[in-house]
Design a protein around this ligand. Structure first.
Ligand code: ADP
Length: 497
């Protein structure tokens, strides 16, 4: 029987385990999956929490189910992990119990802390060291908040009695029965505590954010052994040999391994990650500097930009205003029109992300006439995906990122062929969608297979051809549309002022 890799994909809304079979061609093929939804807790406006004990229980259950469906633990050679990034967990080193609910990446409760640091003029230094802007999104201020919330938290952390980590670290610690407190360098690069250049924790950042170094996990590469699962969990100990944060795992899954390779995941929001090569690139457009992956002593750095509202604009048309019944209808509706009729929708529902960074901007529709109908709204929402992507690619080019030859895409919205063609047209770049869509889980499986010595490199070996959209719009038309979009963005920002 062929060997399998067990992949844990711990996401914001669910926990999944996927068994990948390693075939003779060194390709990885999914053979079993198990998934459990995760409860979201919103104790106050702007606060989002997860129960780390629930995450652990779901991890165990989904792993056991996937192992069972794939034919038993005897087939498995390694475990890989990918996870929602930045989410902060605190637990008791003696009992293994969480000491507070985990603070989720979306949580804004520490906004005053990061605003204070910005006001103190610290952002440029922090960004130069970590690649990250000062924002409550990242783990450091969440860790500090948790230590303040737990009785004697900071003193106990200094003594090693209380441990901190992102979700990957929590899961490895539980899977190894507390033997290993480790995190991989991609997850560590999202905390604001790691030096992006040396890939080590910085004492000065630990002091600045009030997080004791003693409570943090050891940083390891993305494809190397970091302990074994306790034999009692699955019937046999399995080596944990790979992990990466979700967007980085997707980068690997897509095989975006060279400078100039980029992927964008179009889901509720959209995340662009561009491989910039063997050293970090400092962004002057407020893109995030981050680690793509680290294999042994070699690393690939990346620049990342996010679009807050991508598929969520389609969700809003469906659930908020009822213009469509099903997301899929949007494609045919957009195509009933010869063009956008001058209507632009800027989906700034929760502000605008990179490169605009206008948290107070709001959703705006411009160009309405008496001819405007529901199809114009739908088309404008889909077109906005492409304009926002173009803005990110332009920011990358300004920052000196290597030029791209193709944009690799995944996520729910990529089912929409109209939208993907429009991205290709507006961004002047071929768009490629792999046949197998689970890039995040696939990337983690590849890292684990490499870490276990089962494969020799991370090169993708896709047996099925991807769908490709090539640019075909005339330059004059593209320029006219982009001008219209930029006027609409100005309006969205004006509305906020
Ligand atoms: P997430 O992982 O963020 O939950 P998914 O990758 O599952 O997101 O994608 C879901 C999003 O994709 C939803 O916002 C939905 O509106 C959008 N979506 C799904 N199918 C289509 C489609 N055919 N056309 C446009 N948008 C779509």
């Amino acid at each position: 029987m062929t060997t399998c890799i067990l992949t844990i994909d711990q996401g914001t809304t669910s926990t999944r385990a996927i068994a990948f079979e390693l075939r003779e061609d060194q390709g990885l093929h999914p053979v079993a999956v198990s998934q459990i939804a995760l409860a979201q807790h919103f104790p106050h406006s702007g606060w989002v929490e997860h129960d780390a004990a629930e995450i652990w229980a779901a991890t165990l259950q989904t792993c056991r189910e996937a192992i069972g469906k794939a034919g038993g633990v005897g087939r498995f050679a390694a475990v890989g992990i990918t996870n929602q990034r930045e989410t902060a967990v605190i637990w008791d080193a003696a009992t293994g119990e969480p000491l507070h609910r985990a603070i989720v990446w979306q949580d804004r409760r520490t906004a005053d802390v990061t605003a204070g640091l910005v006001a103190g003029g610290l952002e440029a230094t922090v960004q130069a060291t970590t690649g990250l802007i000062l924002d409550p999104y990242f783990s450091a201020t969440k860790f500090a908040w948790l230590l303040d919330a737990v009785p004697e938290g900071r003193a106990r952390a200094e003594r090693g009695e209380v441990l901190l980590g992102t979700i990957d670290a929590w899961l490895v610690w539980k899977l190894t029965g507390g033997a290993q407190h480790v995190t991989d360098a991609t997850n560590a690069s999202r905390t604001s505590l790691m030096d992006l250049h040396t890939r080590a924790w910085r004492e000065d950042l630990c002091d600045l954010f009030r997080v004791p170094r003693a409570a943090l996990p050891r940083i390891v590469g993305c494809a190397e052994p970091r302990g074994e699962t306790v034999p009692a969990l699955f019937g046999r100990g399995l080596p944990i040999t790979g992990s990466a944060g979700d967007q980085q795992a997707a980068l690997v899954g897509h095989g975006a391994l060279k400078p100039g390779d980029a992927k964008i995941t179009y889901g509720t929001g959209a995340f662009l990650v561009a491989n910039v090569g063997d050293r970090p690139v400092a962004s002057s457009s407020r893109l995030l500097g981050t680690l793509g992956y680290q294999i042994g002593n070699t690393a690939a750095w990346a620049l990342e930009g996010s679009i807050f509202s991508a598929g969520s604009a389609i969700q809003w048309l469906r659930d908020g205003v009822g213009m469509i019944r099903d997301s899929r209808e949007s494609e045919a509706m957009a195509q009933t029109l010869p063009d956008n009729g001058g209507v632009y929708l800027v989906p700034g529902f929760t502000g605008l992300g990179a490169p605009w960074w206008e948290p107070e901007a709001r959703g705006t529709v411009v160009g309405l006439t008496r001819d405007t109908g529901p199809a114009h709204f739908v088309r404008a929402a889909l077109e906005a995906l492409a304009y926002q992507t173009r803005d990110l690619l332009d920011a990358l080019a300004r920052d000196g990122a290597p030029p791209f030859s193709v944009l690799k895409v995944d996520g729910g919205v990529t089912a929409n062929a109209f939208a993907m063609q429009f991205v290709a047209d507006i961004c002047e770049i071929p768009v490629e969608r792999p046949a197998f869509q689970e890039m995040t889980a696939l990337g983690a499986a590849r890292l684990a297979a490499l870490g276990a010595g089962l494969i020799g490199d991370l090169e993708p070996r896709n047996s099925e051809a991807p769908a490709v959209w090539t640019p075909r719009m005339r330059a004059a038309e593209r320029d006219r549309l982009l001008q219209g979009w930029r006027r609409a963005v100005k309006a969205a920002i004006l509305v906020a002022a």
